[in-house]
Ligand binder design. Sequence first.
Ligand code: NAD
Length: 272
Amino acid sequence: MPGPLLEGRVAIVTGAASGIGRASALRLAREGAKVAIGDIDVHGATAVADEIDSAGGAAFARETDVSDEIAFRSLIEATCDRFGQLDVLHNNAAALGNARVGEDETVTTLDVDVWDRTMAINTRSVMIGCKHAIPRMLETGGGSIVNTSSGAAILGGLSGTAYAISKAAVNALTQYVATQYGKQGIRCNAIMPGLIMTPAVEVGLTPPVVDMILDHHMTPEAGRPEDIAAMVAFLASDEARYVTGQLIRVDGGITSHAPTYADLRRMMNGER
Ligand SMILES: NC(=O)c1ccc[n+]([C@@H]2O[C@H](COP(=O)([O-])OP(=O)(O)OC[C@H]3O[C@@H](n4cnc5c(N)ncnc54)[C@H](O)[C@@H]3O)[C@@H](O)[C@H]2O)c1
């Protein structure tokens, strides 16, 4: 029987106090990785680190605003000081849910400060993380970077303009990093989740909107944070040694069908 996927590896997960990041940190630890957690919510981050420690793993939490280069760099250095190396970076934190930075609706109503702050938290952070993690990963021959993007990056929408565009930039950055450092052993991939039931969704979307989005998924249910964490663990591991520069949709099929899908399905079922 093969052992855990990430035995002896060291990972950083940002935005891991909650939701997808939390599930990713717990899963990476279960796969044998030592895990550093960076989040603006230091209490939530500490609770996740404690959960990993209690289960026999190794983790620590550090208050980190990922849009702040000094703070993010310091998280990376603290991780290397504590655990000796860095193999995996999951750039996951974003301005949504309780960390939302303001109204992000249409282009003509968009406040420039909301645009700038969204870009700083969702996109600049990913660049900063890659910038400072890659040199440390190269010291041990390479590593794996996984960015949490969004299906919003590849589709037009009526609102959430800055958010969607910040994630489209994450997709481009993923391919640039994979291209620039691939020959040196760095792999970089992005995951585009569909509807994942996390605290951010509970805060940001009303139940009718959740039902409407779910109607367009091909799966019976919405995704769970653990569904994304499973892909993170795979991409972080050597099992994915030939996978890089990819924008991977883990989204219950919502971005894979004709726009008329939900209406046609109901019509064929005799619902209208
Ligand atoms: N939940 C979904 O349906 C969904 C769909 C597509 C993409 N995503 C993406 O998944 C990721 C996680 O989202 P989630 O649903 O788990 O949200 P969440 O609100 O449950 O978790 C987000 C975490 O990020 C942290 N955070 C926010 N700003 C930060 C900052 N500046 N520095 C450090 N940490 C910060 C928050 O404190 C929180 O712990 C995000 O990148 C989001 O865009 C989520």
